[in-house]
Design a protein around this ligand. Structure first.
Ligand code: ADP
Ligand code: MG
Length: 682
């Protein structure tokens, strides 16, 4: 559609300067833009079978008036006209507001066509339009466009229809005919026409199918071409070490690796030893054993003579990781150190100089790792945990502390496959989809807030068995704006409730890091039995004796976050429990609570989360990285996405794609996007 993208919209009859300006404001500058301005919905005036109409659906039906209409006035100018209509063999009620004049026009046995909202329960249509007699609109399915300024939907329809008439022939195919045939897709031109002036729902469906596939395919081609290019052009470190020695380390671990751990390790090690730079995402549910995989990878890098860095989002987590690495590496000469903002003064200076001299093999830390003064002598492997918590820029700074070190991103937030292959399409993905043996699934219950007494009784039973409990609240303290439970009040309430029988701790993000550390230490040593906390305990905290979690106002958290929180229990060998306190008002809210009680599979939950909240909300607003598609919907058109991804892969790796004329349109798209000239390499 090259030429059309350079044809000004003022070439269309009826688009003068003023109208053009309104169109420009909507981002429509060329005839191509106009043609690609798709309807966001359709008005369907096709007659419908009323027995198949859904509740609240907008329908158009033809019928015969039955009985006298009745008119009622209320208020000053308000009226309600009610009458009965036979539609096929169904007798339905029709109501029509504020159009009293219809009363005299309706007589028994007249044929009329009604368009309106269908109330399934009351078998009633709330009438929007009445047409006397049989009737079908010229275009039974009318496109509805978004418009701005002085432009009306009607005008927009006219402009687009003129554009189709005048320029439709020039619409060039992008997809080669082999693909159109394979998937029985209409051509681009036909699809455009059908999308703007659909004759029936079937054609509309196929037109949509065309654009969904085209959008996904182009996106996947660009993304995968970028990934391929990056891989082939980013020289990285070929880690070179004794495999035997690495195996010895693995054999000394207190447990055998799971099949999934072994598999992802193979993928990672393959990257480490290859001359390309690793750019890999490691996904695995909470407790699936990512840390061990990270440790083995770091060990491989160490054996090759390089340093490693492990960056995590919070100090607590940094400390825990440093601790578990120290334990894992206890019998090796490997030196681990910890850098957070709490490391200050002389200690910090010493650490930094040791690091620069290569006396530290692995540095674990928070954002402190990416400060300018932090210099490695030979950084070979960078790992970030809970990678979604860091921005792109932060991850890049860390990577640049070495000479193209290998990079591994870990996340316990299972990312639905659809998102993984769109938002993270430029990364390789490894998944640990198996839990270490012997884990008991956490039993989850949903309770209303009014049941709090019973819930606390349940908590006490666990405490009496010598276990510990987390109580999670959305807020730190009382808020005027939000009606949610807060940690400070709950802490006071529980201290009072348990009358000194148990020690109740309080933890939230506003405490100083020493205070946080103290309370976490007390909890992990069972000096404190009940920890009231905000979501700061969300990531990584490991206290195996804690078997109980109560989450206040659970409906205000996303499924993935609830799953993360819940992962704080169930870390020991005892049965663990999670109670969600929630009074959700919406159906979706109730559905979410129910799903939480039904599965502990993070991937299932994340798919559900995506379905219920949509892709935009999934990662939070900040850096979703989720592309916007015009027609395609990642959740509902998921199968097409998979197909397009596979096709893109096969094309890019075939020689014919780079040679044959039928692929020229697609090649141009890739080239124009600039992924091949290295500009987009970050
Ligand atoms: P993640 O970081 O994925 O949440 P961790 O690496 O912290 O999980 O592992 C959770 C717990 O499981 C740790 O106590 C760890 O020692 C243990 N673990 C890891 N891998 C295995 C395994 N293959 N078999 C038994 N226990 C394991
Ligand atoms: Mg972890």
């Amino acid at each position: 559609m090259n030429k059309l993208s350079e044809t000004a919209i003022t070439n269309i009859k009826g688009i003068g300067e003023e109208t053009a300006n309104s169109l420009y404001a909507m981002g429509i500058e060329s005839v191509e833009d106009l043609l690609m301005h798709f309807p966001y919905r359709y008005e369907d005036y096709q007659l419908q079978d009323i027995s198949e109409a859904k509740h609240e659906e907008r329908i158009t039906v033809e019928g015969k008036v039955h009985g006298e209409p009745s008119l009622m006035y209320y208020g000053k100018k308000k009226s309600r006209l009610t009458f009965r209509v036979y539609v096929g063999q169904f007798l339905v009620k029709a109501v029509c507001f504020n159009r009293p004049f219809y009363k005299n026009k309706l007589s028994i046995n007249d044929t009329i066509t009604l368009t309106g909202k269908w109330d399934q329960n009351r078998q009633m249509i709330t009438v929007l339009e009445i047409h006397f007699g049989s009737f079908t609109k010229e275009n039974e399915i009318e496109p509805v466009y978004s418009v701005k300024g002085s432009i009306t939907v009607k005008q927009m329809r006219k402009f687009i229809s003129l554009a189709l008439k005048g320029y439709g022939e020039q619409v060039e195919s992008v997809l080669p005919s082999t693909l159109l045939e394979r998937y029985k897709l209409p051509s681009k031109k036909e699809s455009l026409i059908a999308l703007h002036t659909p004759v029936n729902q079937t054609m509309l469906k196929h037109a949509r199918r065309y654009f969904v596939y085209e959008e996904f395919l182009l996106f996947q081609l660009k993304m995968q071409a970028l990934r391929k290019y990056k891989r082939e052009h980013s020289k990285g470190i070929s880690h070179n070490y004794s495999e035997e020695e690495l195996n010895r380390f693995v054999a000394r671990l207190p447990f055998p690796l799971t099949g999934a751990q072994n598999r992802v390790l193979k993928e990672i090690v393959g990257d480490l030893t290859s001359p390309y730079r690793m750019n890999r995402l490691l996904q695995g549910d909470v407790g699936s054993g990512k840390t061990v995989v990270a440790a083995i990878s770091l060990y491989a890098s160490y054996l090759s003579g390089f340093q490693g860095a492990l960056m995590v989002p919070t100090e607590i987590l940094a400390e825990q990781h440093a601790q578990s690495l120290t334990t894992l590496f206890a019998e090796t000469p490997l030196k681990i150190d910890l850098l957070t903002s709490s490391v200050k003064g002389k200690k910090r200076r010493e650490l930094l100089s040791n690091l620069a001299e290569g006396k530290i093999d692995i540095l674990v830390g928070t954002h402190a790792l990416i400060q300018e003064e932090v210099n490695f002598s030979s950084l070979g492997l960078v790992i970030t945990d809970e990678q979604h918590r860091f921005g792109v820029a932060q991850r890049r700074v860390l990577r640049e502390k070495g000479e193209s070190p290998d990079v591994l991103f870990m996340t316990a937030t299972p990312i639905p496959r659809t998102l993984a292959i769109t938002a993270f399409g430029e990364m390789d993905v490894s998944v640990i989809d198996e839990m270490p043996a012997g884990r008991k699934a956490i039993e989850t219950y949903w309770a209303k807030h009014q049941m709090i007494d019973r819930v606390l009784g349940f908590v006490e039973k666990e405490l009496q068995k010598g276990r510990q409990a987390y109580i999670i609240c959305p807020l730190i303290e009382e808020s005027e704006k939000l009606d949610f439970q807060n940690a400070i009040d709950v802490h006071t309430m529980l201290t009072d409730y348990y009358q000194g029988k148990w020690k109740i701790g309080l933890m939230h993000g506003r405490l100083h890091s020493e205070e946080k550390e103290k309370i976490m230490l007390d909890f992990s040593e069972n000096q404190v039995q009940v920890l009231v906390s905000t979501t700061v305990v969300e990531v990584g905290v490991n206290v195996p004796n804690a078997t109980m979690m109560v989450i206040y106002d659970a409906e205000r958290f996303g499924l993935s976050q609830l799953h993360q929180l819940r992962g704080r229990v169930g870390r020991g060998s005892e049965q663990s429990y999670c109670i969600l306190l929630a009074d959700p008002k919406s159906e979706v809210g109730k559905e979410r609570m129910k799903i939480m009680t039904e599965t502990t599979d993070g991937f299932v939950l994340s798919e559900k989360d995506l379905e219920l909240r949509g892709p935009g909300d999934f990662f939070g607003k900040k850096q979703s990285g989720v592309p916007e598609f015009k027609v395609a919907d990642m959740v509902h058109d998921y199968r097409a996405l998979e197909v397009a991804r596979q096709d893109a892969y096969e094309m890019l790796h075939s020689t014919s794609f780079w040679k044959e004329p039928q692929y020229e349109g697609l090649r141009m798209m890739i080239e124009e996007s600039g992924v091949l000239d290295g500009e987009k390499l970050d």
